[in-house]
Design a protein around this ligand. Structure first.
Ligand code: ATP
Length: 229
């Protein structure tokens, strides 16, 4: 079943158009990598899905319903959990307070998030500002999970982290994939890690989807054309 679909979505920052017709679908339980070189429109695509940016034309549908005009807080309540670029948490709240503040009824709660990220449990009474970058990222993911989404969106969740911490994040994503029915839309620079976790890929170039298919179908030719530096 299709969970999320974008049909020919365009979007602009003022006079500067950034999306020129993006189409993609994410099925229930599917892990989809949104790929493309820097500045090609990945974050902008995510912003239109989460309604942080208006859809100029085209349509974003979630669970069969157009969300073009649904405000962002309602999209979150409908079941889209966003881990935005730059891992935003409440700096002055503790780890536990950050998590509890995001809670909505469902399987994810403080105990299950602590199981996924034991480090958050260890640091439950520390304020978020005192956490390392990796721990803050875990907290950002934990916060999104606490909303009990059906679609989790990860925008550059491993950016700026040490390799060993990156591995912890990828391990958590793999655990999520293996143990839950969650659909995941993931943006990351590591093609290798994406290939190990995603089912499908959508590549965008200059604000348009240019390649869609199973991630195993990304050939060297596709990499050279659309992903190489
Ligand atoms: P990156 O991997 O560098 O984050 P991206 O694929 O996520 O890249 P976007 O951030 O979506 O790309 O940017 C798409 C286009 O929109 C780029 O040309 C960028 O310069 C422009 N853009 C992004 N954010 C803004 C903004 N706040 N105001 C104006 N233009 C923007």
């Amino acid at each position: 079943m299709t969970l999320l679909s974008l049909s020919d979505v365009t979007a602009s920052y003022g006079a500067a158009q950034a999306l020129f017709g993006v189409s993609l679908t994410v099925d229930e339980g599917d892990v989809v990598a949104l790929m493309g070189r820097n500045g090609m429109g990945k974050t902008t695509t995510i912003r239109t899905i989460c309604r942080m940016m208006p859809v100029k034309s085209g349509e974003v549908r979630f669970r069969g319903r157009s969300i073009n005009r649904v405000p962002s807080h309602r999209v979150a309540r409908m079941g889209i959990g966003l881990v935005p670029e730059g891992r935003r948490c409440f700096a002055n709240l503790t780890v536990e307070e950050n998590l509890v503040a995001a809670a909505r009824p469902g399987d994810w709660n403080f105990a299950s998030v602590s199981q996924l990220f034991p480090r958050l449990a260890e640091r439950h009474d520390q304020i978020a500002a005192s956490l390392s970058g990796g721990e803050q990222q875990m907290l950002a993911i934990g916060r999104a999970l606490m909303t009990n989404p059906t679609l989790l969106i990860l925008d550059e969740a491993t950016e700026g982290l040490a390799p060993i911490v990156r591995q912890e994040i990828w391990n958590a994503v793999r655990t999520l994939k293996a143990t839950s029915a969650l659909a995941i839309l993931v943006v990351d620079k590591s093609i290798k890690e994406l290939a190990s976790v995603a089912d499908h890929a959508v590549i965008i170039e200059r604000g348009k989807d240019v390649w869609t298919g199973p991630i195993s179908g990304i050939s060297k030719d596709v990499t050279d054309r659309f992903l190489g530096v």
